[in-house]
Design a protein around this ligand. Structure first.
Ligand code: ADP
Length: 197
């Protein structure tokens, strides 16, 4: 049996656990997890030129400009470890980024093969983020930034799901449960598409 290449996107509101689940799934499939938020945070903490450029934007809960974000993702996906597949987390986040990503992947003849939508009720997201704020002290996990990011998610990110739904590649996964249960649900959805380790 030939398996379907794992060119994946995980999408869900802040606090849905997509970072954790994305990393687990990527590891199980032997592909890199590419999180734009992680890339930006690493650059901020290392004080790189990129980090200096994006720090204020991230702390305020605003989106980094599309051209910059898309360029970073293209660079990352061109690296050899992403040749057999990848899992995107946090990108694309709006329709402009969907267009950028489509142009890049179509030029390589390698479209996304599955989009996992992690669903979590808003109140649950907010309470998980308050816990994360207390535990990790992320500068953007303050009430104002959280509210802004959730509303950007609802207005800009949710519509991109419609684009991918039209392509028949979206699997909705209930994001409430234990870490293991949720990983199992995602793995089962991918397996149904022929995406296996
Ligand atoms: P969260 O999902 O909790 O907002 P992320 O780690 O995904 O956390 O992103 C943190 C911040 O990094 C975002 O609020 C935004 O400023 C920036 N960022 C991450 N991904 C993108 C993206 N695709 N486009 C623009 N900005 C992004």
């Amino acid at each position: 049996m030939t398996s379907t290449p794992a060119r994946l996107l995980i999408i869900g509101p802040q606090g849905s656990g997509k970072g954790t689940q994305g990393a687990r799934i990527a590891q199980a499939l032997g592909i890199p997890a590419v999180s734009t938020g992680d890339v930006f945070r690493a650059n901020v903490s290392e004080g790189t030129e990129l980090g200096l450029k994006v720090k204020a934007i991230i702390d305020a809960g605003d989106l980094v400009p599309d051209e910059l974000t898309s360029e970073i993702v293209r660079d990352r996906l061109t690296q050899t470890d992403a040749a057999a597949g990848f899992l995107l987390d946090g990108y694309p986040r709006n329709l402009g980024q969907v267009r950028d990503l489509d142009a890049f992947l179509e030029s390589r003849g390698e479209p996304l093969t599955a989009v996992i939508e992690l669903t979590v009720p808003r109140e649950e997201s907010i309470s998980r983020l308050s816990v994360r704020a207390a535990e990790q002290g992320r500068a953007d996990d303050n009430a104002e930034s959280i509210a802004k990011r959730l509303s950007i998610y609802e207005s800009e990110t949710a519509p991109i799901l419609d684009v991918y739904r039209d392509r028949g590649i979206v699997d909705g996964v209930d994001g409430v449960g234990s870490f293991d249960e949720i990983t199992e649900r995602i793995a089962a959805a991918l397996e149904a598409r022929g995406i296996t380790a």
